[in-house]
Write a protein that binds this ligand. Structure first.
Ligand code: HEC
Ligand code: HEC
Ligand code: HEC
Ligand code: HEC
Ligand code: HEC
Length: 284
């Protein structure tokens, strides 16, 4: 009879454990294959010297701002933007080591565009990019995102204060309206995915799909072409609907697993009672 109970436990464990291990495995695989995640920030001579007493006071806030930024969290450091050698304090800022210094106002997009390639392409073709090139009047990346304190974006970057400096806010508002529904959908799916994570499920595949779709969609803004955003909205709605449906499936599976585990627990408890009753009466 002991053997019988033991077998029940083994069967239950073998049904429930692989389910959660599967998710963990998937998480580790996905996480390690993400670009940037494997590269751990080494000690940087730039950061060390720029936080030291040697620094003019007015420049000391820069590393502090950077440490609060989304770039910091993603291992994008001083030398990734300014060039130079972060491992050798004496030669760090030598042009021989690729140091490019502070970019001029008109050079900023090229600097950021080294990594944000798709965005640079849209930007260069846009009214903003052309104005920057031709008259120096267009906004550059820093005008809207900042340089050292860059955060994850939201549609609220488009606001009256920022967007009415050079022209009427009406144009900006039309763009915001065109982006609004798709943006809201992205936020909602993002919330749902966070919820799943908090329940111990790691929906990497959906997270990756959302990340890719969101990155493509948010690139589109930089064309500042309202008609274009409107005409591509159907495409993005379709993509997001499909991700949403898969997220819903995961929710349903989760509910099913919960019910199934309860069911197994009941069987287990029932078997235990029966088994101990039989073994007791057998001994008697
Ligand atoms: C994402 C790219 C990026 C990163 C990362 C970055 N910078 Fe900059 N930095 C810029 C840009 C663009 C400017 C010029 C625009 C501005 O001054 O706002 C600039 C300007 C500066 C300036 C000149 C400021 C002035 O007022 O003359 C200093 C000094 C500087 N950065 C140091 C650093 C240090 C130190 C780090 C690392 C802690 C760092 N930067 C990280 C993009 C970056
Ligand atoms: C040994 C100290 C030291 C190290 C190491 C150092 N810096 Fe600097 N850096 C300074 C000082 C001091 C200034 C201010 C110079 C001035 O105002 O004349 C400065 C100025 C700058 C500026 C603005 C002036 C310019 O030439 O455009 C940038 C950008 C910059 N540093 C980036 C970096 C980066 C990137 C690294 C690492 C690759 C780095 N620094 C390493 C001391 C250092
Ligand atoms: C060395 C590569 C690199 C450079 C140069 C760079 N970035 Fe980034 N940036 C990244 C990475 C990596 C991320 C994090 C992944 C992501 O969120 O897309 C990021 C994220 C961002 C985000 C947040 C995106 C989000 O998810 O909401 C903004 C905004 C941004 N960068 C703007 C800039 C601007 C402006 C510059 C130039 C001043 C710049 N970046 C220069 C690599 C770079
Ligand atoms: C530094 C100045 C400046 C700022 C700040 C600025 N713009 Fe512009 N914007 C321009 C210029 C210059 C043009 C192109 C010339 C024109 O059509 O007036 C333009 C054109 C536009 C257009 C029309 C494009 C077209 O092809 O019809 C839109 C839409 C727009 N901007 C949106 C925004 C939004 C949204 C913001 C805020 C996030 C913003 N702008 C902030 C300078 C600026
Ligand atoms: C006129 C203001 C403005 C300018 C100029 C601008 N951006 Fe943006 N950027 C935005 C807005 C607004 C969004 C969010 C769009 C949305 O929510 O759909 C955004 C989104 C982004 C994102 C997030 C994309 C993602 O993966 O989620 C990155 C990265 C970025 N910008 C980088 C840049 C770079 C690099 C430049 C310069 C070449 C630049 N931006 C110029 C306003 C601007």
């Amino acid at each position: 009879m002991r053997y019988f109970c033991f077998m029940i436990i083994v069967v239950i464990l073998s049904i429930t454990v692989p389910v959660s291990a599967g998710y963990r495995e998937l998480f580790e695989k996905e996480f390690l294959s993400k670009p940037w995640s494997s590269e751990i920030l080494e000690e940087s001579a730039c950061v060390e010297c720029h936080t030291s007493e040697a620094m003019p006071v007015e420049l000391r806030s820069i590393p502090q701002e950077w440490q609060l930024s989304w770039h910091y969290q993603n291992d994008v450091s001083c030398h990734d933007c300014h060039g130079g050698d972060s491992t050798d304090a004496t030669m760090s800022m030598s042009h021989k080591r690729g140091f490019t210094g502070t970019p001029k106002y008109t050079e900023v997009p090229e600097q950021c565009g080294k990594c944000h390639i798709g965005i640079l392409e849209h930007y260069i073709e846009s009214g903003h990019g052309k104005a920057l090139k031709e008259t120096g009047d267009g906004p550059n990346c820093v005008t809207c995102h900042g340089a050292h304190n860059i955060q994850q974006v939201s549609i609220d970057i488009i606001n009256a204060q920022r967007c009415s400096k050079c022209h009427s806010y009406d144009r900006a508002k039309m763009m915001k309206q065109a982006l609004f529904l798709t943006d809201e959908k992205i936020e909602k799916i993002d919330e749902d995915l966070k919820q799943l994570r908090s329940k111990g499920v790691y929906p990497e595949k959906e997270e990756k799909r959302l990340f890719d779709t969101q990155a493509k969609f948010r690139t589109l803004f930089h064309s500042i072409d309202v008609a274009r955003v409107k005409s591509e909205t159907d495409f993005y709605t379709e993509q997001l609907d499909s991700i949403e449906a898969d997220v819903q499936k995961t929710y349903d599976q989760l509910a099913f697993r919960r019910k199934f585990s309860t069911f197994l627990m009941l069987i287990f408890a029932g078997s235990w009672i029966v088994a101990s009753y039989i073994s007791k009466s057998y001994k008697d």
